[in-house]
Each structure stands twice: as structure tokens, then as C-alpha cells.
Write a protein that binds this ligand. Structure first.
Ligand code: COA
Length: 334
């Protein structure tokens, strides 16, 4: 491996948490005009998890973080930074990450949120890698967490059937000392604001401060143009995966596992076809959890690590796309 491709940071531990309550497609049939068949065939989703009424976003994040820290053999006192990818934090202000820092009992380390929706975890991973690469930080906790069930219009069948709640986390640390070298080999991040309104929570910001009328119109909930996003997602995930692999001096043939955002199994099938990587090489859990936005990659990653599917030295390509439109990818020698 050429020195310029040597990894600076490595995933030392992974963890996840999902709420206990399961909401199945059959349950949704009683709530909106939909069917189990429609949801399963069009998305691959069979059920999703819904947070308990007294559960908040940072609770889920902390549960996932504790699991990742345990696997890494570290404690909150060892952390030097916390990055949380979320668009459904405890409050609009302050960052969800500061509640995580407080609940973990971590020192007064920089703790901040990344607002890149479904790509939030990849953005966090890339930022953490840069801080470790420059030697500024040693152990960085990166979390993807969403409690989107509180930001959905439960009368809108085109969105409410798609999303679920959950959290995933990784602990990154210096990659030095691994032979052969293991760690994050490349990351790539992108945005296209011309499509900003295709997946949006329109109300509640400076553009549409909330009024009783806007609340009545559910302007504080997720609105999506699904078809437009579908085509863009396939094209962008494919080019992103190819670009980040090229940056790591690799091709699709080098990939052991694709760890992609779990938005729609039909998107992933088309990505698989266009990349020339068989669906058997994609880790999947969308049937159980639906689209958990920024949490989806770290959740499916942790499940695959703990089940023994992903092994040390496997080559992973991570890729995600979501509201923004923002997207990104990473190549990891696990
Ligand atoms: C949302 C998505 C599943 C919809 O699937 P689709 O095949 O594009 O379906 P369409 O939106 O074209 O709708 C087809 C029909 O199903 C209907 N429909 C929509 N939701 C439905 C539901 N839950 N149950 C039953 N019918 C539904 C529509 O009203 C439409 O009916 P019509 O033909 O009578 O007008 C799909 O477009 C998608 O996954 N998009 C990408 C999402 C994404 O990647 N987001 C970014 C990352 S978060």
C-alpha cells in the first residue's frame, strides 16, 4: 500500500440500539390506505421500530454509543470528540451531541451535530477521520441516530410507511500499528442544493416559523418526492461508490461487503446491478427497521460485525444519500 493510502483512523468498536416496539406493515394497514404487499414489494420493508413515548433521541444514541465503547475497550473518559448525525435531535437547539456527552459523562470535549440527513453518519465518519489524520483528536465517537416517528405525518401513506427509529455508533481511533494496514482508506462527500425541496421538513425554521395554521397543515413533518429521489439515488450512489473506490485505488472486484443506506431494496438492487457487485455482497436489514436515516449504516454495520458476517480485513464500501440532497461514501479496510 502506498504511503498516501495508509489509513489514519480505524473503527475500534461498533454498536446499535433500536426501540422495542415493532410497527408492522399489517399495523399500518389499519392506520392509512396501504397494504403489506405494496410496502414489501415497493420498498422491502416489513416492519420498523418506534420509540417509546418517554424515549428521546439522545437516549437511543447513548445506548448505541455504550455498545460501541464496550467493543472498543474504551470508556467515555477516553473520548476526545462526539459527532452525532441527526435531523431529529432532542431539541432544535442545542445539539443532540451535548445531551449525549452529558449522559455518557464524557469530559468537556467538542460535541456537535451534523445535519446531512441520511448521509449524516458518513459525513461524521469523514470529519472524524480528518481530525484523527491531523493528530488533533485520538478517539472520536460517531453516532447516527433518528427518532423520525415524531416528524412524520401519520396520515401521509407516501412517507409514514418508510421510516423507523434507531441509533448506531462507531468509535474511531488511530490506525497505527495494524499490519496489514486496516482503517478508513478514503471518503467522499457531495451535496446538490438544487434538489433541496424534494425531501424536506418545510416548517419550523426561519423560512416558515410555525403558526397554528402551519402546524395544522403538518408543515413540521417530512414531505418527499419519492420518484424524483429514487432515480437520483441510484445514479449518485453508483458514481459515489465508484469514485471513492478509485480514490482508494480499488475497483468493485475488491469489495467484500457493500454497507449502503437502507432506504429501499429496489434502489440497492439497481445499485448492485450497475456496480457489478452481487446483492449477496450487500448487508441488509431494511425488512426489520425500514429507513432509519443517518442510523441505517451504523446499525446494519454493527449487526453484520456482531453476527460474524463482516470479518477483520474485509473491504467495505459504505454509501448513503438523503435530504439535501447530500450523499457520500467511504472505503474501509475493517
Ligand atoms: C417512496 C417510494 C417507495 C415510492 O415508490 P414508487 O414506486 O416510486 O411509488 P410512487 O410514488 O410512484 O406511487 C405509485 C402509486 O402508489 C401509491 N402509493 C404511495 N404510497 C403508497 C402506500 N404506502 N401504499 C399504497 N399505495 C401507495 C401512490 O399514490 C401511487 O398511486 P397512483 O399510481 O394511483 O398515483 C420510492 O419512490 C422511493 O423509495 N423513493 C426514494 C426514497 C429515497 O431514497 N429517499 C432518500 C433517502 S431517505
Amino acid at each position: 500500500m502506498s504511503p498516501s493510502l495508509l489509513p489514519a483512523s480505524r473503527i475500534l468498536g461498533t454498536g446499535h440500539y433500536v426501540p422495542e416496539r415493532i410497527l408492522s406493515n399489517r399495523d399500518l394497514e389499519t392506520m392509512v390506505d396501504t397494504t403489506d404487499d405494496w410496502i414489501t414489494e415497493r420498498t422491502g420493508i416489513r416492519e420498523r421500530r418506534i420509540a417509546a413515548p418517554d424515549e428521546v433521541t439522545s437516549d437511543m444514541a447513548v445506548a448505541a454509543a455504550r455498545n460501541a465503547l464496550e467493543m472498543a475497550g474504551l470508556t467515555p473518559a477516553d473520548l476526545s470528540m462526539i459527532i452525532v448525525g441527526t435531523i431529529s435531535g432532542d431539541r432544535p437547539m442545542p445539539a443532540c451531541a451535548v445531551y449525549v456527552q452529558q449522559k455518557l459523562g464524557a469530559p468537556n470535549i467538542p460535541s456537535f451535530d451534523i445535519s446531512a440527513a441520511c448521509a449524516g453518519f458518513i459525513y461524521g465518519l469523514s470529519i472524524a477521520d480528518q481530525f484523527i489524520r491531523t493528530g488533533h483528536k485520538k478517539y472520536v465517537l460517531v453516532i447516527g441516530v433518528e427518532l423520525l416517528s415524531r416528524f412524520l405525518n401519520w396520515k401521509d401513506r407516501s412517507t409514514c410507511v418508510l421510516f423507523g427509529d434507531g441509533a448506531g455508533a462507531v468509535v474511531l481511533g488511530p490506525a497505527e500499528g495494524t499490519s496489514p494496514p486496516r482503517g478508513i482508506l478514503a471518503t467522499r462527500l457531495y451535496s446538490d442544493g438544487s434538489l433541496a425541496d424534494s425531501l424536506v421538513i418545510p416548517g419550523g425554521g426561519s423560512r416558515e416559523p410555525l403558526t397554528p395554521e402551519l402546524l395544522e397543515q403538518q408543515r413540521n413533518k417530512v414531505h418527499m418526492s419519492g420518484q424524483e429521489l429514487f432515480k437520483f439515488a441510484v445514479k449518485s450512489l453508483v458514481s459515489c461508490a465508484k469514485n471513492v473506490l478509485a480514490e482508494a485505488n480499488m475497483t468493485a472486484d475488491d469489495v467484500t461487503w457493500v454497507v449502503a443506506h437502507q432506504a429501499n431494496v429496489r434502489i440497492l438492487t439497481q445499485v448492485s446491478h450497475r456496480l457489478g457487485i452481487s446483492m449477496e455482497r450487500f448487508v441488509l436489514n431494511i425488512h426489520k427497521y425500514g429507513n432509519t436515516s443517518s442510523a441505517s449504516i451504523p446499525i446494519v454495520l454493527d449487526e453484520a460485525v456482531r453476527s460474524g458476517k463482516i470479518q477483520p480485513n474485509d473491504t467495505l464500501v459504505l454509501c448513503a444519500l438523503g435530504a439535501g440532497i447530500s450523499w457520500g461514501g467511504a472505503v474501509v479496510k475493517f
